[in-house]
Design a protein around this ligand. Sequence first.
Ligand code: ATP
Ligand code: MG
Length: 205
Amino acid sequence: DGAIDDKSVRQRFLKKAAKSLDGLDVLVHDLLSLSQIEAGEVQLHPEPIELDELITDIFDQFEGKAQKKSVSLALVENPDAIVRADIKLIYQAFVNLISNAIKYNVEGGKVKVHYKLRDKTIDVFIKDSGKGIPSEDIGRVFERFYRVEKSRNKIKDKGGTGLGLAIVKHILTRHKARLAITSSVGEGATFTTRYAQAALVKSVK
Ligand code: ATP
Ligand code: MG
């Protein structure tokens, strides 16, 4: 509408258009990975993965976002926490879970990751001190496009597509891992993922 000729608004309009395109790009990418995983088109390349290293990498990636909200990121390390998984997919799953733990946290909140190792399983807990998820929504957050507060869509920086957890669930299912949520409103949420112990992993290492 001629805005391109108006020097005073041109830059702002272009920035807005670029931002919308970034959003579409994320949406298309998420939809693609969801449908590929669902259709079984994604081949797994399982390998032993040290969770300490994986989580530390993801924390490094989100350091800036966490600092902006004064959210602290803590990992209780355990070098024996090793799973057999597809590195790309498991990385994507943890990125989703950790980004949620930061995004839905409160100013000055905490995110803590720890494990519980048993004979046959490894549990990974991602615990945040955010607003939590109302019990009536817990069963639905894995549905594609489901978001607890629809108004969250409009809040800057929180405009997710609601596909993150649907993708996480599919990735974990492909790994025969399980996912559980516990949460009470006002006290935060804990996402627990359970993997089979990577038997013989230590000898592979
Ligand atoms: P996307 O991950 O696609 O960018 P999203 O974060 O909105 O968008 P999901 O990750 O699927 O989508 O999460 C679905 C909804 O579950 C979120 O919109 C939010 O309402 C709720 N939710 C997810 N994780 C948490 C959490 N740790 N604390 C509170 N609410 C959460
Ligand atoms: Mg998300």
